[in-house]
Design a protein around this ligand. Structure first.
Ligand SMILES: [Zn+2]
Length: 130
């Protein structure tokens, strides 16, 4: 079951407002939807905490959404509020948005910005999320 979450949306707004590296996401034309799922998702034998998907152009023609960020409740139960905040920051780093062209893409893990979060917070997010 998937459920849109106002709590996650509010958390994302806070995280975007508090982090300069995310300030390009604070634009009304970029539509991100936040959801909880009770699905248990695994990758390489480990729980997936959260993932971020880009809506493809065909679906975007039907619904005005650019990205969906999903938090998996069973995996996230073990996280405290600070870890949830870090997880949200991490997921939002996957959102690639170019304000000039309006183009959206998923940013993969293998870039410097992600290393900052991974090394700062000491969690192996590369297997912990999508
Ligand atoms: Zn990730």
């Amino acid at each position: 079951m998937y459920e849109p979450s106002d709590d996650l949306r509010d958390l994302a707004r806070e995280v975007i407002a508090q982090n300069k590296d995310l300030c390009h996401l604070a634009v009304p034309e970029l539509k991100i939807v936040y959801m909880y799922s009770d699905k248990e998702k695994f990758r390489n034998g480990k729980y997936v905490f959260a993932d971020t998907e880009k809506i493809n152009d065909k679906v975007k023609a039907l619904i005005n959404i650019d990205f969906i960020v999903t938090f998996y409740t069973k995996a996230c139960e073990a996280l405290d509020s600070e870890q949830l905040r870090i997880l949200m920051h991490h997921e939002l780093k996957h959102v690639g948005y170019d304000a000039e062209s309006g183009k959206c893409k998923i940013i993969p893990h293998d870039i410097e910005d992600f290393r900052d979060i991974i090394s700062a917070h000491g969690m192996d997010w590369t297997v912990g999320d999508g």
